[in-house]
Structure formats: structure tokens, C-alpha cells
Write a protein that binds this ligand. Structure first.
Ligand SMILES: *Cc1c(COP(=O)(O)O)cnc(C)c1O
Length: 480
């Protein structure tokens, strides 16, 4: 498509200004820019330009988006409407607490619901992303050990299936990362854990279900081992969609948990935000939570307070308030039973697709949770068609590709596609996706080149993804 600069023609305008009614003022020459080149287009050209651009972007509202680990589910528009109400959208963060009692009430109520869902005793809504929540949670853990003068605990144990943000956050928070191997069932290898845990262990970070979509059955044993050595248990709750309302991290033995409101609780994500990664903790960590927290004072009014040994602030003001409003509306409209039901549907949908694909796409034998990983190594050996080729071909069929090459356990899973259908898709959508994936499998044997050249129907086929991310060209350099 043409760039807006390429649509530009000298003299075209989107608006006609009324003749000036006041005396003109001559700005000093030094303040005047000489070469301001802005595109000159008519309103209709501008409208068409941005509409065309929007058609080239793919979102949950455009079609099936089975992006494993990222929970791209449909977000009810009602929650957007609620968040846009002036009482929520038009307040100022420096307003007196007296004038925003309803908003503070909402934050307190949301925190309480999230504590109930996770089995935690305290909650901060301040972090603005999952990784930001991890960082915050790890600072709580550091502060806890520090307060007990247990200064040796500088290591965080992270299983090899962990989301990449886990080791990154641990390093950011000043810890050393120790990798824990997976066992044959792709869970934590207990022997490896026993060997590596010790007086220098600050915590183990775990996702349950793991990023392979499998429930870690040994979680109670893992909890005993880590706690027995004086370490804490951190729960990466970005995958809560599979278990919310069914089982609680707090009951599994976890001490700290972060959630991704922008995956599980009705905020669309991607493109950099806005997000929200609330962090919950057990009673022994509550005093360290970031300030401010919302509390009720003696007069029954909501106010902001600083926990006794707070680690300080982790973002400006209170976090992304609009995302909290959407999560609040989502939880209230679903209710306890609805939340549980949506988790059950997420798991059912994943198992349905898995069952319809596993005769040709190898995957774990046992039931999965909300997502499953198919292994395309055999297909690649036999046809030369890779996980990436299949993913790219899905784009031509109106679907967003699943997560590729993650989790990556070299030699165990190299050609991975991680499929997370989510609870908001109906049977027709799932059946269609299954049909497409089966067709692409057959095509890999008949016409591998076609898949290797996919996608065929998009403006850009296969950009150099690293260069596109690291050295993006965002400035128009041409003539117009
Ligand atoms: C998405 C995700 C994260 C990180 O969340 P961000 O908001 O992208 O920082 C962490 N862990 C898991 C398992 C995730 O899926």
C-alpha cells in the first residue's frame, strides 16, 4: 500500500480554516522551522489511508488468534464501555482521596477478588506488565530474606520450560539464575531440584500449568523441598486462564504470585500495552508491598496508605487504572461460577483441538490444560517444512499463527507450535482451525515449496524479524 507521504499532493487539505478575526502576530524568525514537510492530503484520502492500514493489522476482533501462553481471547466490549465512563476515565491521579472514593473502592474490591482467586493475603495493583510483576514479586522476596538477615539467598531457581521473562526478571532484581531440568513428563525434575536447592536459594519461579500446558502434579512435593530449604515459591500467573476459580496458587504452596490482567482479565494486549500485572503475596510478605495501597480508615473511608516496610513505588501513581476497571467489570459480570466455567471451557477447547490433531501432529499423550504444544520435527525431517512455514501459511487462511519455537528445549522440542484456543471460541472456529492445520500437513508432502513461500496474501511476507525489531525504519526518507 502507499504511504501517506506518497498520497500527498501540494495544496490538498483536510480542513479549511475560517478567515482570521484577530490581528496576526509575527513570530521571530529564529523560532520558525524552515523545512517542515507534512503530507498534504484531503480528508477522504486520510480516512482511506488509515482504514487501509487498520485492515492490515490482525487482532482478536479479526479472527482466531491461538497464541499460546499469551491468552488472546475475545474481550467483551461492555468492559471497554465501563472503563470509558467519565468517572473512571476523567479523574486525575492527584485528586484528593475524598473525591475518588468510588475509584478507590473499585481498586480495593478488585484486589480482594484477585486475593480470593489466588489464595493470597495481600495484593498490589501497581505493576504495569507481567514481567513488571515478576520484578516486583522478586523484590518482595529479596526484602523478606533481607529482613530476616538471611543475606546468602541470592539464587532463583527457574525450570527450563519457564517463560523468558522469568530469568530476565530475576537478573534485573539482582539474583543469579539457576536452571532446573525437566523430567520425562516435562515437569520439574525433582532430583535436579533437590541437588540445586540450598541455603542460597531465594525462591523457585514456576508456571503451573507450565508453558507446555501441563499441570505440574508434583507441586506439593516441590513446595516441601523449596520451603524445607528456606526458599519461597513464586507463581507466574500469566497462565491463570486454565485454573481460575478451580485451584489456587496459594493452596498449592506459593508465596508470591503475579497475574496478567491483560491476558486473563479482559484487556487486549500486544503492541506494547497498556497492561497490568498485579502481585499477590502471603501474610509474611504483606508489609513489603509497594506503596500506596488502598485501605479503609476508621471512618469507613478509603484512603491510600504505605505498608510498614514497603519496597517503595514500582510505577507512577497507581498503575494502569483503566485496565483495572476492565478486570473489575469482567469479574463482576462473570461471577464466581462464570469464572470457573470459563477456565473449564478454555481447557475443554484445548483438549478438543489436541484430540483432533494428535494423530498427525505429535503432542504429549496426557490431557493438557488451556494450551498444547505440537512437535513438527518429524514433519520437517520428512518434508523440509518447518513450524514457521506452517505458521506463516495459517496467516493466508485468516488466522494468527500460534506461538512458535517456544518452549524451546534443545534436542527435546525444537519445532514447536503452541496452540491456545481460549474459551471464547466456538466449535465452528475450532473445527475450521483443525481442518486448516490438517490441510497444511497434507500440503507439506505435496507442495512443500508453497508452504515455504507463505504467506502469499499479505503486503509483507517474511521480514527479517530481528532487524525489524532492532532497527526499525520509522522515518520516510523518500521524495514527495
Ligand atoms: C505473557 C507472559 C509473561 C509476561 O507478561 P508481560 O505482560 O508480557 O510482561 C510472563 N510469563 C508468562 C507465562 C507469560 O505468558
Amino acid at each position: 500500500m502507499k504511504l501517506i507521504f506518497e498520497r500527498s499532493r501540494a495544496g490538498l487539505r483536510c480542513a479549511t480554516l475560517r478567515p482570521m478575526e484577530v490581528a496576526s502576530y509575527n513570530l521571530e524568525k529564529k523560532y520558525l522551522r524552515k523545512d517542515v514537510k507534512l503530507p498534504e492530503v484531503a480528508e477522504v484520502d486520510m480516512a482511506r489511508h488509515y482504514t487501509e492500514l487498520s485492515h492490515n493489522a490482525f487482532g482478536v476482533d479479526s479472527g482466531f488468534y491461538p497464541l499460546g501462553s499469551c491468552t488472546m481471547k475475545y474481550n467483551p466490549k461492555l468492559n471497554e464501555e465501563v472503563a470509558a465512563l467519565p468517572g473512571f476515565a476523567k479523574v486525575h491521579p492527584l485528586q484528593d482521596a475524598d473525591t475518588v472514593q468510588g475509584n478507590l473502592h473499585l481498586m480495593a474490591d478488585l484486589g480482594a477478588s484477585l486475593m480470593e482467586l489466588t489464595g493470597m493475603d495481600g495484593m498490589t495493583l501497581q505493576p504495569c506488565a507481567g514481567a513488571h510483576g515478576e520484578f516486583t514479586g522478586l523484590l518482595l522476596i529479596a526484602a523478606y530474606h533481607e529482613s530476616r538477615r538471611d543475606h546468602k539467598r541470592n539464587k532463583i531457581l527457574v525450570p527450563d520450560t519457564a517463560h523468558g521473562t522469568n530469568p530476565a526478571s530475576a537478573v534485573m532484581a539482582g539474583f543469579e539464575v539457576i536452571n532446573i531440568k525437566s523430567n520425562e513428563e516435562k515437569g520439574v525434575d525433582l532430583d535436579d531440584l533437590r541437588e540445586k536447592v540450598g541455603p542460597d536459594t531465594a525462591a523457585l519461579m514456576l508456571t503451573n500449568p507450565t508453558t507446555l500446558g501441563l499441570f505440574e502434579k508434583n507441586i506439593e512435593e516441590i513446595s516441601k523441598i523449596v520451603h524445607g530449604a528456606g526458599g519461597l515459591l513464586y507463581y507466574d500467573g500469566a497462565n491463570l486462564n486454565a485454573i481460575m476459580g478451580v485451584v489456587r496458587p496459594g493452596d498449592m504452596g506459593f508465596d508470591v504470585v503475579h497475574l496478567n490482567l491483560h491476558k486473563t482479565f479482559s484487556t487486549p494486549h500486544g503492541g506494547g500495552g497498556p497492561g497490568s500485572g498485579p502481585v499477590g503475596c502471603k501474610a509474611q510478605l504483606v508489609d513489603f508491598l509497594p506503596q500506596p495501597v488502598v485501605v479503609v480508615n476508621k471512618k469507613g473511608k478509603y484512603e491510600l496508605d504505605c505498608p510498614k516496610k514497603s519496597i517503595g513505588k514500582v510505577s507512577s501513581f497507581y498503575g494502569n487504572f483503566a485496565v483495572m476497571v476492565k478486570a473489575f467489570a469482567y469479574i463482576k459480570t462473570l461471577g464466581g461460577d462464570g469464572i470457573k466455567e470459563s477456565a473449564e471451557h478454555a481447557v475443554l477447547n484445548a483438549n478438543y483441538m489436541k484430540a483432533k490433531l494428535e494423530d498427525i501432529y505429535p503432542t504429549e499423550k496426557r490431557y493438557c490444560m488451556h494450551e498444547f504444544v505440537i512437535d513438527l520435527q518429524k514433519l520437517k525431517n520428512e518434508t523440509g517444512v518447518s513450524a514457521k512455514d506452517v505458521a506463516k501459511a495459517m496467516i493466508d487462511r485468516g488466522m494468527h499463527p500460534p506461538t512458535m519455537y517456544f518452549p524451546h528445549i534443545p534436542g527435546v522440542i525444537d519445532e514447536a507450535l503452541m496452540i491456545e484456543p481460549t474459551e471464547t471460541e466456538n466449535k465452528e472456529t475450532l473445527d475450521n482451525a483443525v481442518e486448516v492445520l490438517r490441510e497444511l500437513y497434507n500440503m507439506a508432502f505435496k507442495d512443500p515449496k508453497y508452504l515455504q513461500d507463505a504467506p502469499h496474501n499479505t503486503p509483507i511476507g517474511r521480514p527479517d524479524e530481528v532487524a525489524a525489531a532492532r532497527k526499525p525504519i520509522v522515518k520516510f526518507e523518500g521524495e514527495y
